[in-house]
Design a protein around this ligand. Structure first.
Ligand code: DLL
Length: 433
């Protein structure tokens, strides 16, 4: 098993904390004197750069929120002269103004480094061919994987998202060994491959890096079974750098956070209180070494916890559990908190049900109703109505046992739920609240 940067990825806790402390002190000094937004925030809290003497002082610093990023759009958080910027990425901005990440040449170097570490987690090296089906463009997925592949000297195929038939022929012609795309798109690839009579047990694929959207352990098993590869989870976000914040190694037991560059904290989302490792809450990240748009204590809205066990792979960085949900995609159905991933876990255990689903929430007479629309496969679809009804009832029962709420389950025809080339849209909330 290869560790890309043995020195930094296996360093002891003390050494790491010393590095984190000096990086934080330097960052805070720079931000206070160069970014008006952070000076104002720190002044309001009455914190001076000299109050930050080591990494544990991070708690004294202000949070940055998504709204802050939108209010400062486009370049209000820039911490260097504009001429130092060599590349810009933004989020899609579907729910408001997009968030911006502006990179200096050193930031691109850092991104290449953390993505090289990521790909090495799956033992990808210079012998490998990486089929990069994350979208190229403003989205960070495409270029992030691209820079990492270049750094390790792999052969990267910049195919981008979509064009599924072509993806499959490229995969066979160039003997792709590693695939990178969203987990939902990967399952769509598997579906089309089956229609084309492609047998993955004979393919050259050995590993896939899936992320950018929520997925579950059951979805991992489904992908691994269908594509005959090891499916690894990769995490990141535009505000921080894109992919390359954390990634799973072949142990598949939590994502190693590259915490020498991205310092993680878990907080109680209601109170902002910092929680100890092992406790579930909102992930907050500080970029310790970024130059273009560094961020202090960014509230990701992603929910997870820090694993407390040591990983046998040899890397010493702390690991986060795969994401459990987002504070903003948590559905509150009649007062009960429900995450799409919990529903997914239940659905995938039912025979005949396909990994394609959508959640529709409505409010009727002041009451919330959740309809779970899920596809069934061809063989079940041709069964008699009675059988279909009994499957619906079974899923409703299992969802009730697992979530404590009543739902309406609707089995829908094979291939009727829209497929996505990028992030899948799972929730349709019609409540207008
Ligand atoms: O999705 C960056 C990325 C690209 C990550 C390729 C992994 C692979 P954004 O578009 O800014 O950036 O979306 C970030 O997506 O806050 C999470 O809610 C979600 N997300 C990212 N990775 C995962 C994952 C990219 N592995 C937002 N599991 C984040 C679950 C994920 N959700």
């Amino acid at each position: 098993m290869t560790i890309w940067n043995k020195k930094d990825e296996t360093q002891g806790k003390k050494e790491l904390q010393t590095t984190q402390s000096s990086r934080l002190i330097k960052l805070v000094n720079h931000l206070y004197h160069n970014v008006a937004f952070y000076k104002d925030k720190m002044d309001i809290l009455g914190v001076k750069p000299s109050d930050i003497r080591n990494i544990s002082d991070i708690r004294k610093l202000p949070f940055t929120t998504k709204d802050d990023m939108r209010d400062t759009y486009p370049l209000g958080l820039l911490a260097v002269d504009k001429k130092e910027i060599v590349e810009i990425h933004t989020s899609s901005g579907t729910t408001g103004k997009p968030v911006v990440d502006a990179y200096t040449i050193n930031d691109i170097d850092l991104w290449s480094e953390v993505m090289a570490r990521t790909l090495s987690m799956g033992d990808v090296g210079s012998e490998d061919t990486v089929q990069n089906a994350y979208g190229y463009g403003l989205f960070t997925g495409g270029l992030g994987v691209h820079y990492g592949s270049r750094r390790i000297g792999a052969n990267v195929i910049p195919i981008s998202g979509g064009n599924t038939i072509r993806q499959l022929s490229v995969m066979q012609d160039f003997k792709t060994t590693a695939i990178t795309c969203t987990p939902s798109y990967c399952l769509y690839l598997a579906e089309v491959a089956k229609e084309q009579g492609i047998d993955f047990s004979k393919s050259s694929l050995k590993v896939g890096f899936f992320g950018a959207e929520p997925w579950s352990e059951s979805m991992r098993s489904e992908i691994e079974e269908k594509l005959h590869l090891k499916a690894l989870d990769i995490y990141g976000l535009t505000e921080i750098i894109g992919p390359g914040v954390a990634a799973e190694c072949l142990e598949q037991d939590g994502l190693h956070i590259f915490e020498d560059h991205f310092y993680p904290e878990i907080i109680n989302p209601e109170t902002g209180e910092v929680l100890p490792d092992g406790e579930k809450g909102e992930l907050v990240i500080t970029t310790l070494t970024k130059e273009g748009t560094p961020i202090l204590r960014y509230r990701t809205r992603d929910i997870t916890y820090i694993e407390t066990s040591i990983c046998p792979c040899g890397r010493t960085s702390r690991r986060m559990h795969r994401l459990l949900g987002r504070t903003d995609d948590m559905l509150i159905i009649r007062g009960v908190n429900v995450f799409p991933s919990q529903i997914e876990q239940v659905l995938f255990k039912v025979e005949g049900v396909e990994p394609h689903y959508q959640l529709v929430v409505e409010r009727k007479n002041q009451l919330d109703f959740l309809e779970v629309q899920v596809e069934i496969n061809e063989s079940i679809f041709s069964d008699e109505i009675k059988k279909l009804e009994s499957i619906e009832k079974k899923i409703e029962h299992d969802l009730h046992t697992s979530l404590g709420i009543h739902t309406k389950v609707k089995l829908v025809e094979p291939k009727s739920i829209q497929r996505s080339e990028g992030k899948a849209k799972r929730i349709i909330d019609k409540r207008n609240i």
